[in-house]
Write a protein that binds this ligand. Structure first.
Ligand SMILES: [Zn+2]
Length: 197
């Protein structure tokens, strides 16, 4: 299933609005935990004493890759996030951004467990939307473009925005940032050449 027409533009705009609410500039790393706090979404990890010890051991020691996070609806209207705290901080940031994207997009609650291959929601388009928005939240298209103008590598982008290298790579590719920067450089070189001759 593909994203509906116009969704990418909406995601770009929504991400910038949310960043503004967070007082986070376009070209700055975003704190998904602060975002959750701003929207009143509490985050719990698997160290909660109420959780069955055997299940926790399974998810934190034996097969930690199978569980990243879950959005858990609370009555009457609240929601919490339960996350796997043993994952790398960069992965946890991406996971929380993804779960918060579901919240921001007011996606209906279903079985939304995030595992190895992302959430297992039955509706794949909902997952694609959450991925798109969380990508825009972590590295806005405009920020990707700025990084491309600075000729940053994927590794530099990843370090600066505190995301994994594959995530940085995906954002730099999907936003066409380097292609745009390259075209701009060619054009400005041509202009300079034209002026000099
Ligand atoms: Zn999801």
């Amino acid at each position: 299933m593909a994203l509906r027409r116009g969704f990418k533009k909406e995601a770009r705009e929504l991400a910038l609005e949310v960043r503004e609410e967070l007082d986070t500039k376009v070209f700055a790393p975003m704190d998904p935990y602060a975002l959750a706090e701003l929207y009143g979404v509490e985050i719990f990890d698997l160290t909660q004493p109420e959780l069955p010890a055997e299940s926790v051991r399974h998810l934190t020691e034996l097969r930690p890759h199978v569980f990243s996070a879950a959005l858990v609806p609370l009555n009457p209207s609240g929601v919490i996030i339960v996350e796997n705290h043993v994952h790398h901080p960069k992965r946890r940031r991406a996971t929380i951004a993804h779960e918060m994207a579901h919240v921001l997009l007011e996606h209906p609650f279903g079985p939304m467990l995030t595992g190895e291959n992302g959430c297992r929601s039955a509706v794949s388009v909902i997952e694609e939307e959450a991925d798109e928005l969380s990508g825009e939240l972590l590295i806005p298209s405009d920020a990707a473009r700025m990084a491309a103008f600075k000729s940053w590598s994927d590794q530099s982008v990843a370090n600066y925005f505190r995301v994994s290298v594959p995530m940085a790579q995906w954002r730099m590719n999907v936003t066409g940032a380097r292609r745009i920067a390259c075209r701009w450089r060619e054009r400005s070189m041509r202009t300079r050449y034209a002026v000099a001759h």
